[in-house]
Design a protein around this ligand. Structure first.
Ligand SMILES: Cc1ncc(COP(=O)(O)O)c(C=O)c1O
Length: 417
């Protein structure tokens, strides 16, 4: 079957997962002689053929450095790179492509904001995070705590994994300089009501940064509707290549923020005694950028938009419900995270078994899940565990794969019982 090329490929049809699977060559390989059941999408998603093709074509036929040469290939590569920026703009519904900065990943996007926007934060200034954050949205703020004496405050969650909005609101003060919060927990799957968070923060004049690393692959995102100040995501989780991420920021912030890194391509002019920086977004993209990765990311986002993010979300919600149904049938297994609004991530613990052992055993049945603290140690402390197993789903996973997970877990449980 040929890869999807246009929206009309799906017109009139429902969500055809078998059709989608044919676009992901890796799904047809075996591991240990068993069909691959890839449920580690929260760590990184597999790539559809249009992405692989776009990357190959860019290297084979249209490769040169960008924003430098005046020759044909350089102009073509520059156009492709800037077209990818426009695709990201559409994906996020940003007002302008100038609000889109390419980074290496989500981690770099948060570091950029903490380092540049946070440059004038003072001792005693406060940063409010949720207890569900990934280390990528914690450690850059710890830098400000260590280097400037800023204070980090933690918004709590309920036992089912929902952000406690009233308590969050009570944490905000005259000293709060930033709220930095995940859109979707990479452990609990909780979808945070960002619009409400932004409304509460903005009522006090506090900017909001959203970590969309998980949300961007599962939900339609509209940064204008969310009204957030910053929104970041990472290419490799959205069916694109690694080595590229995105920072969206409102134009007024980008214009006011000092550059994060210095080097080629981010300047207007450089002299022995002075330097003038380029305009946004280029002043934040020092050095040769991830050129082909941007092209691959553009292809991945186009792919998601062609399939339809509403459709993806609806299909994945069914998968998540089915996974809950199957796994909650085991009285020796505990699911972490029962938020009403929850994406397709299911973390769990098995009585008497270390998550690493479970993961290693079910891997022999071809089932790939993640085990560990998921770079969310404050959340692990809140849950009273040191690690969990996590099955994280993508648009190409099936109910049969949920069954394979359940059967592999039963075998693992019996093995150790
Ligand atoms: C919620 C969340 N934030 C941030 C990250 C970091 O993404 P990256 O390593 O691509 O920067 C991840 C990756 O696991 C994540 O799940």
């Amino acid at each position: 079957m040929t890869a999807l090329t246009k929206e009309s490929d799906f017109t009139g049809g429902g969500f055809d997962v078998e059709r989608i699977r044919t676009d992901f060559p890796i799904l047809f390989r075996e591991v240990y002689g068993k069909p691959l059941v890839y449920l580690d999408n929260g760590a990184s998603a597999q790539k559809p053929r249009p992405v692989l093709d776009a990357i190959e074509h860019a290297y084979k036929m249209e490769y040169a450095n960008v924003h430098r040469g005046l020759h044909y290939l350089s102009n073509t590569a520059t156009q492709n790179y800037e077209n990818a920026r426009e695709t990201v703009r559409r994906f996020l519904n940003a007002e302008s492509a100038d609000e889109i900065v390419f980074t290496r990943n989500l981690t770099e996007a948060v570091n950029l904001v903490a380092s540049s926007f946070g440059m004038d934060f003072k001792a005693g200034d406060e940063i409010v995070l949720s207890i569900m954050e990934h280390h990528s949205n914690i450690v850059p703020w710890h830098f400000l705590r260590e280097r400037k004496g800023c204070v980090i405050k933690w918004a709590p969650i309920s036992d089912s994994g929902e952000l406690l909005l009233d308590e969050f609101e009570r944490l905000l003060s005259k000293r709060t300089r930033m709220v930095a919060i995940t859109h979707m927990s990479n452990v609990l799957g909780t979808i945070v009501p960002i619009k409400e968070v932004v409304r509460i923060a903005h009522a006090r004049g506090i900017p909001v940064l959203v970590d969309g690393a998980q949300a961007a692959v599962h939900l339609p995102i509209d940064v204008q509707e969310l009204d957030c100040d910053f929104y970041g995501f990472t290419g490799h989780k959205t069916y694109g290549p690694s080595g590229i991420g995105v920072l969206y920021a409102k134009r007024k912030h980008l214009d006011a923020m000092p550059p994060y890194m210095g080097g080629g391509e981010m300047i207007e002019s450089v002299h022995r005694d002075r330097v003038a920086y380029g305009k946004t977004p280029h002043k934040f993209e020092a050095g040769t950028p991830p050129i082909v990765q941007a092209v691959g990311l553009g292809a991945a986002l186009d792919y998601m938009m062609q399939v339809g993010r509403g459709r993806i979300a609806a299909y994945e919600a069914g998968l998540k419900d089915y996974a809950h149904e199957r796994l909650s049938g085991f009285n020796w297994l505990k699911i972490h995270g029962h938020a009403k609004d929850k994406g397709a991530i299911v973390s769990f613990s098995v009585e008497g078994l270390h998550p690493h052992d479970i993961s290693t055993i079910i891997d022999r049945s071809g089932v790939a899940v993640r085990a560990g603290h998921h770079c969310a140690q404050p959340l692990m402390e809140r849950l009273g565990v040191t690690a969990t197993c996590r099955a994280s789903f993508a648009m190409y996973n099936t109910r049969a794969e949920v069954d394979a997970l359940a059967e592999a877990l039963v075998k693992a449980h019996e093995f150790f019982a």
